[in-house]
Ligand binder design. Structure first.
Ligand SMILES: *Cc1c(COP(=O)(O)O)cnc(C)c1O
Ligand SMILES: [Zn+2]
Length: 366
């Protein structure tokens, strides 16, 4: 049976628990045994719900779904090295956050939730708002007032109640946390169901590579929803003995906001300076799941990379010149990838991802 478990004190809760932390304040994780009946999976529709036995939703007959997932995994050349890049900017709302929102909202519906609150730097808000619209669930979304205008317009279009908060991403989270005392918190950071949607990223990559794990994944990290989701996904596959070894996780941050990369290098938190970055989606000064992110990176013998604002802008342009239109946050990963491939092994199988669509930030020009 699936259950929620406190990451600090180990206390467990039934899956219909509606709080967002343990009484001790600890963040909750989900314990759930994923199964992979490969023959059945391969006969199903090409979307993320083909891994039904690995997703913690009991009633799969009335899913809220856009047939999302199974995005293309395209080979792209970076300085003579082929990298397989997951096209996760092609989801319904234009970012991979739909993976998490799909499972979170199906869970919320299953436990009888009719109203939720969420805070985000944009894309998670878009994804939660769209699935709420589809599920007829009311939602309040808090965003920092400097979020891309296109993301704010998109959230409003889905009929969500939007709250633009001054000033920082942290102020925004605090405003939402306050409302979450009374309303179900559909948080992509706190709610473990979100991660159990994002993890389908790893299932799809593995299936698309012929049920083999890549050697390395190069992914962005702010709050770590993609990073931890991917980590959980590969762990599920390893426990089920589908793959032999965890891929190495290479995590990319913007130089201007790189608390995790700096901590990893041994710089203490009080010494870290934060500046504005165009990679708004990963501009997180104090990620709530920091300890878990650090563990995932070190457990897989991975590392962090940081990229400058100029490198991010160059990457946007370079990708667009090949026909891929991605937003700055997504281009930060590409900039990191370009650094990583310089020292990659000849046979190393590398997977990366386009996380967000360029139309999200079409007001910017490069
Ligand atoms: C959310 C997001 C990320 C990753 O962010 P985390 O804070 O680590 O979850 C990366 N790119 C885009 C476009 C995003 O929206
Ligand atoms: Zn606890």
């Amino acid at each position: 049976m699936a259950k929620l478990i406190c990451s600090v004190c180990g206390k467990t809760f039934p899956t219909n628990y509606k709080g967002f932390t343990c009484e001790c304040g600890g963040i909750l994780d989900l314990e759930f045994e994923a199964e992979f009946p490969i023959e059945k999976i391969e006969k199903r529709k090409p979307n993320m719900w083909r891994y039904l036995e690995a997703i913690p939703i009991a009633d799969n007959r009335h899913l809220i779904t856009f047939d999302e997932g199974f995005t293309p995994l395209l080979p792209i050349d970076f300085s003579g090295k082929t990298v397989f890049v997951k096209q996760d900017h092609l989801f319904q709302t234009g970012s991979y956050k739909d993976r998490g929102a799909a499972v979170l909202l199906n869970h919320a519906k299953e436990i009888g939730i009719t109203k939720v609150v969420e805070d985000s730097s944009g894309n998670a808000g878009c994804a939660i708002a769209a699935y709420c619209a589809k599920a007829s669930i009311k939602c309040d979304i808090f965003v920092p007032f400097e979020t891309s205008p296109a993301k704010i317009a998109q959230i409003k279009a889905y009929g969500a109640e939007i709250h633009e908060v001054k000033f920082t991403r942290e102020d925004t989270a605090n405003a939402a946390l306050n409302m979450a005392k009374e309303t179900y918190y559909a948080s992509h950071v706190y709610n473990p169901y979100f991660f159990h949607g994002v993890k389908t990223f790893s299932y799809e990559v593995t299936e698309q590579l012929g049920w083999k794990a890549p050697d390395t994944i190069v992914i962005p990290v702010g709050n770590g929803t993609l990073l931890l989701g991917a980590y959980i996904g590969f762990q599920d596959l390893r426990k089920a003995e589908i793959i032999e070894k965890m891929p190495k996780i290479v995590a990319v941050q913007a130089q201007n906001c790189a608390p995790l990369a700096k901590n990893f290098e041994g710089v203490s938190s009080s010494k870290i300076i934060f500046r504005k970055t165009i990679a708004e989606g990963i501009a997180i000064a104090n990620p709530a799941r920091k300890a878990q992110i650090m563990k995932a990176v070190s457990d897989t013998e991975g590392r962090f990379l940081t990229v400058s604002e100029k490198e991010i802008k160059d990457a946007i342009k370079e990708m667009a010149m090949q026909g891929y239109y991605i937003e700055p946050t997504s281009a930060a990963t590409v900039a990191g990838l370009k650094k990583y491939v310089r020292n990659a092994q000849k046979r190393e199988k590398i997977v990366s991802v386009f996380t967000g669509h360029g139309l999200k930030s079409a007001n910017l020009s490069f």
